[in-house]
Design a protein around this ligand. Structure first.
Ligand SMILES: Cc1cc2nc3c(=O)[nH]c(=O)nc-3n(C[C@H](O)[C@H](O)[C@H](O)COP(=O)(O)O)c2cc1C
Length: 342
């Protein structure tokens, strides 16, 4: 296929506020060695004026990892992009799709779809500030602006400004009347429109997002687009992400027991660094999604005391494990992640 900016984005996990923090991304990387990971959206102003080191902290294992920025002031975005580049990220992504009120008030996120020239100015300024790929994440439209031509105006503008990779959440956003949560479910998905975009913009890496929650569907979509992005499904069931990663990149599924060991070591190290245990383990709720004992596992995590006592309980998991692969090698998801270690 066409050569785009940087490594291809066949598989990614969506940026999600209050979800894809560095602790979550550490888990995701353990199960999916190749998927692109994204930070939660960070406002460019917060990076420029605030605590960039904390906001952009990540673990070296996370590569390839992109920072997602929110903002609409080209000079502030450019300055934030430089900080992102210095921090060692692999790409910087501009959020042109978030429908929250707070974001609209700052005139960025999805509201920016109505301002293609401004979005292009932002992309141009970010491109000028760095050699990193500058990518854009958007929706199909906003409110009554939901024609294919409206979308194409934006896409043509960002492509002309030097964006080579476009992530499309395949539904529009209703800025008035729907909450951000409703905006992730209520407006209808339209994958066909994203396929058409790929046909009409063949030099753009067009990445599909929205509602992908099954391996077969995600793989089939790659017939039409250059990559797929899973959000909620990857968060709630990291092994779905693992299965797609292994299928696309030809690796074996990681061994669940080793992953859990690594997570426990990570939690211990984080505790020593001063993190609260719960801020790390809250992202592990889906580790046994759909497997025997999943509910007990969630209860165990929910009741996990903070601090050293919680750590002891995690360590004790080691002696309780009962899910070693039956054949010695890891052959299937079922065998690899059969049940919780109780
Ligand atoms: C809790 C939550 C937080 C989100 N935060 C962001 C964000 O910070 N930036 C962004 O571009 N999209 C955000 N999104 C939207 C996701 O990136 C994604 O586009 C959306 O969830 C649709 O994909 P999915 O159906 O695979 O979950 C968020 C979604 C969720 C569920």
């Amino acid at each position: 296929m066409t050569s785009f900016d940087g490594p291809p984005h066949r598989l990614s996990v969506a940026p999600m506020m209050d979800r894809t923090d560095r602790h979550c991304r550490y888990l995701l990387r353990l199960v999916a060695p190749n998927a692109w990971l994204y930070t939660e959206m960070v406002t460019a102003a917060a990076i420029v004026r605030g605590d960039a080191e904390r906001l952009l902290a990540y673990d070296d294992s996370e590569h390839p990892v992109a920072a997602q920025l929110g903002g609409s002031d080209p000079s502030i975005l450019a300055a934030a992009t430089q900080t992102v580049a210095r921090a060692g990220f692999d790409a910087v992504n501009l959020n042109v799709g978030c429908p929250s009120d707070r974001v609209q008030a700052g005139c960025f996120g999805a509201a920016l779809m109505a301002e293609p020239t401004l979005v292009a100015d932002c992309v141009r300024a970010m491109r000028k500030a760095t050699d990193l790929p500058v990518t854009v994440k958007t929706r199909l439209g906003i409110d009554e602006h939901d024609s294919y031509e409206f979308l194409c105006d934006l896409v043509a503008a960002v492509e002309a400004a030097g964006c080579r990779t476009l992530i499309v959440h395949a539904r529009k956003a209703w800025l008035k009347g729907l909450s951000p949560k409703q905006n992730r479910n209520v407006p209808a998905l339209d994958y066909g429109r994203v396929h058409r975009l790929k046909r009409d913009f063949p030099n753009l890496e067009v990445i599909l997002n929205g509602g992908l929650d099954a391996e077969a569907v995600a793989i089939d979509e790659l017939e039409h687009v250059d990559g797929v992005v899973l959000g909620r499904a990857a968060y709630h069931d990291p092994w779905l992400l693992a299965a797609i990663d292994a299928r696309l990149y030809g690796g074996a599924l990681p061994d669940a027991e080793s992953v859990l060991d690594a997570l426990c070591r990570y939690a211990e190290a984080e505790l020593e660094r001063g993190s609260r245990l719960r801020t790390v383990t809250r992202h592990w709720m889906g580790f046994y999604a759909g497997k025997p004992g999943a509910r007990r596992w969630r209860r165990f995590l929910g009741e996990l005391p903070d601090g050293a006592a919680g750590l002891r309980a995690l360590r004790n998991l080691g002696s309780n494990r009962n899910f070693r692969g039956r054949s010695g090698g890891v052959t299937s998801l079922e065998e690899n992640c059969g049940s919780t270690p109780f």
